[in-house]
Design a protein around this ligand. Structure first.
Ligand SMILES: [Zn+2]
Ligand SMILES: [Zn+2]
Length: 205
């Protein structure tokens, strides 16, 4: 039987919460930790930053809150180079090209792999990592949740989808990113092909 690292109560397999390699009961977890509203990382309460609406953020996401997800010194990946090449070719040949890359939380190596596999898409989407949770494995913003639910229904009905915030945002659990790459890639491809997606600038996050 596992025990909570703080109050030492006995934990049922289903109620274990983890933070930084230790396990906690639900109550102790919520007294001491939060999830970042943006990247879903676990943050200890005393390091949590809050916005005026009472949403919690890790320090990196808080800094980037008004930056449209752009880090101060963004790394350049292979997929970025391909995009630049493609855009330059299109410009030189007089073609207008609206294709873009999905946006990701670049702290996560698995997301980078997903982004490389997907390549250029019709409409951009922001992908972030979720912790593994019993309650859900995918978080989708309201404007894409119907497409996500439909895809999951047809492909893997076991997965639980929760409605997130903002728009064009998709959160994927760690296990899915790690062990179910093809499913994730297909899901993202399906969503980014849909033309009704709202452009990033138009929607309030
Ligand atoms: Zn406890
Ligand atoms: Zn964060």
């Amino acid at each position: 039987m596992s025990r909570c690292s703080i109050c030492e109560c006995e934990l049922d397999r289903h109620e274990i919460r983890t933070a930084f390699d230790d396990i906690y009961c639900d109550e102790c977890f919520h007294e001491n930790f939060n999830y970042c509203q943006r990247c879903d990382e676990v943050i200890s309460r005393d390091r949590t930053l809050w916005d005026s609406d009472g949403n919690s953020y890790c320090s990196e996401c808080y800094e980037n809150l008004h930056d449209d997800d752009s880090p101060n010194n963004p790394p350049v990946y292979d997929s970025d180079r391909k995009l630049i090449l493609e855009l330059s070719r299109g410009w030189l040949s007089g073609k207008c090209n609206h294709k873009t890359l999905i946006k990701i939380n670049t702290k996560d190596f698995l997301l980078q792999k997903i982004r490389d596999k997907i390549g250029l898409v019709e409409s951009s989407l922001y992908i972030f990592g979720l912790q593994d949770r019993e309650e859900y494995q995918i978080s989708a913003s309201p404007n894409i949740i119907d497409q996500v639910r439909e895809f999951i229904l047809l492909n893997n009905n076991e997965l639980k989808v929760i409605e997130g915030i903002g728009c064009n945002r998709l959160g994927i659990s760690y296990t899915l990113r790690k062990d179910n790459l093809d499913l994730v890639v297909n899901l993202i491809k399906q969503i980014t092909k849909v033309k009704e997606l709202i452009g990033g600038e138009l929607c309030a996050v």
